[in-house]
Design a protein around this ligand. Structure first.
Ligand SMILES: NC(=O)c1ccc[n+]([C@@H]2O[C@H](COP(=O)([O-])OP(=O)(O)OC[C@H]3O[C@@H](n4cnc5c(N)ncnc54)[C@H](OP(=O)(O)O)[C@@H]3O)[C@@H](O)[C@H]2O)c1
Length: 266
């Protein structure tokens, strides 16, 4: 089935860069009318220009500069989207941040609060605000989670917690908003964006690719494709699904080298 988003109105958070920007470009090329959001106006305007060029109808995105650490800015984001389009068919909750403070650091709890605010609380608030419009449109929500929700990474314990909470929010809302609104999650593994390179110095990508069964890391467009699928009628039979796109990371065998070495001695 071809994925079509003709004239669907979509709010895509965290769309100044990375996965959100790739999603904005793809949704534009599929005929959607979009609102894009982030803190960096320069990056947002660049993405907006590229989206207009990609849109078969020449639709210009609504550009919203907002910081999701503030509840008021989350509300303003929703209000500006509805003021412009008067409807909402698709909500992509993609904006996310990583925690940088190790467990026991004096600032770790403040870091935890920031991560939970952007990765979870802002999603809850936007979902509350968007609910009636999405029900009226028989729309869809796609939450961008992570394999960090499904496998612990102790250095990033609060990020993992935030994404695990998001997955349960996805499942809860899938039940609560059925049959009118479908709610699904995409859970990426490593993807070439700033969120990882900002916390891991050097050229991490080649080394990280070698660790994955598929010998590659994800590209933002890989995740955008899954988001478009989950937002479209092509996934009409799915709700409450946690869809992993991770180069095989979760099924990688941590004992592979040990097992291969052992087999050589058999
Ligand atoms: N890349 C990966 O390996 C990976 C893996 C699993 C899950 N994810 C998830 O994918 C999502 C997108 O991340 P990405 O990889 O595309 O990283 P990214 O390139 O750093 O993009 C993050 C986006 O979120 C926005 N954002 C961050 N803090 C914000 C705030 N306080 N208020 C409003 N917007 C904010 C950023 O915009 P501004 O900077 O303009 O504010 C940017 O557009 C996140 O939820 C992340 O957890 C990524």
């Amino acid at each position: 089935m071809m994925i079509k988003l003709d004239n669907k109105v979509a709010l895509i958070t965290g769309s100044s860069d990375g996965i959100g920007a790739a999603t904005a470009l793809l949704f534009s090329s599929l005929g959607a009318k979009i609102a894009i959001v982030g803190r960096d106006a320069t990056k947002l305007n660049k993405v907006a220009e590229a989206c207009t060029a990609n849109s078969p109808q020449g639709y210009k995105p609504v550009v919203i500069k907002a910081d999701f650490e503030s509840d008021d800015e989350v509300k303003r984001t929703f209000e500006e989207t509805i003021a412009a389009y008067k409807q909402l068919d698709i909500l992509v909750n993609n904006a996310g941040v990583v925690a940088k403070k190790p467990f026991g650091d004096p600032d770790a709890l403040a870091d935890y609060d920031r991560v939970m605010q952007v990765n979870v609380r802002a999603v809850i608030r936007l979902t509350e605000l968007a609910k009636s419009h999405l029900i009226a449109a028989k729309g869809a929500i796609v939450n961008v989670s992570s394999i960090a929700a499904l496998r612990s990474t102790p250095s990033f314990w609060s990020y993992c917690m935030s994404k695990a909470a998001l997955d349960m929010f996805t499942k809860s809302m899938a039940t609560l908003l059925a049959p009118n609104v479908r709610v699904n999650s995409v859970n990426p593994g490593p993807v070439r964006t700033n969120i990882l390179s900002s916390i891991m110095p050097g050229n991490i990508w080649d080394e990280m690719a070698k660790l994955q069964p598929l010998q590659r890391v994800g590209d933002p467009s890989d995740i955008a494709n899954t988001i478009a699928f989950l937002a479209s009628d092509a996934s009409r039979n799915m709700t409450g699904s946690i869809v992993v796109s991770d180069s095989g990371s979760l099924v990688a065998d941590p004992h592979k080298e040990f097992a291969e070495a052992a087999l050589k001695n058999v």
